[in-house]
Write a protein that binds this ligand. Structure first.
Ligand code: ZN
Length: 248
């Protein structure tokens, strides 16, 4: 299973980071995790723009830096005759329909099938199993564990969240954790008030869930500094970069 970082910034961030979005691809198909503005261009630039291979898009919550790429994806899905499951909380899916209508994307029903999920649900598509947990943010938000059927290889993607024990349970034993780290440790109270995580929150989840590899995401204007000397030897932290590819 291959994981590609398409972007790793937050809504207000250095524009060169792009918006946080992850492509998970296996032999049988691909799943896109979040779809902020410009995500189709990011897929193209990273060499993964074949929408027919993408079987599902998970939208973790309704904030624009995670959803505003959907109208363009829908238009290209029509052109390429692709069919995608759009997976998210009921409330998120309702706001997505409003975005598609507001941007005059017609006949999207041909190519997008909306699949509402809630805490604990499992959705399997093209040999990729996804399990969901609700996590604390300023609006309803989910994290997702993505597992390759057969091999059991997996990653967990936090979406936007403050520290969450539910997320630790969801991520337990996974090879890879991709967790937001929107704020530095000196801004811990601000992070919590905005439903986000600090670098230490991100690392804490990875340590408690016994993950092997951690990729911090959703950076602000600057990359957060991580004290790598205090990490357990069993954990490796990889800074994201556009089109960074990790095989798990
Ligand atoms: Zn958000």
């Amino acid at each position: 299973m291959r994981v590609v970082v398409l972007g790793y910034g937050g809504w207000v961030s250095n524009p060169t980071y792009g918006h946080t979005s992850i492509l998970v691809t296996s032999e049988t198909g691909s799943v896109l995790l979040d779809a902020g503005e410009g995500v189709f261009r990011d897929l193209f630039e990273c060499g993964y723009s074949d929408l027919k291979r993408i079987k599902a898009i998970v939208l973790t919550h309704g904030h624009g830096d995670h959803t505003l790429g959907l109208p363009t994806i829908a238009q290209f899905a029509k052109v390429f005759n692709a069919r995608l499951l759009i997976v998210g909380l009921e409330k998120t899916l309702t706001s997505l329909v409003e975005i598609l209508r507001a941007t005059s994307v017609s006949n999207y029903e041909c190519c997008l099938e909306f699949v509402p999920v809630k805490h604990g649900d499992v959705v399997e598509v093209a040999g990729i199993k996804m399990k969901f947990a609700e996590v604390p943010h300023t609006i309803p938000s989910i994290a997702v564990r993505v597992e390759e059927s057969g091999t059991g290889r997996c990653l967990t993607y936090s979406g936007d969240t403050s520290y969450s024990e539910e997320l630790v349970r969801l991520a337990e034993g996974c090879d890879l954790l991709m967790h937001e780290a929107s704020f530095s440790d000196t801004e811990a109270s601000l992070a919590r008030s905005l439903g986000h995580s600090t670098v230490s929150d991100c690392i804490r989840v990875g340590v408690e869930a016994k993950n092997r590899l951690i990729v911090p995401l959703h950076f602000g204007l600057e990359e957060p500094r991580i004290d790598l000397t205090s990490l357990p030897k069993s954990i490796t932290v990889v800074y994201p970069a556009k089109c960074l590819t990790i095989d798990v």
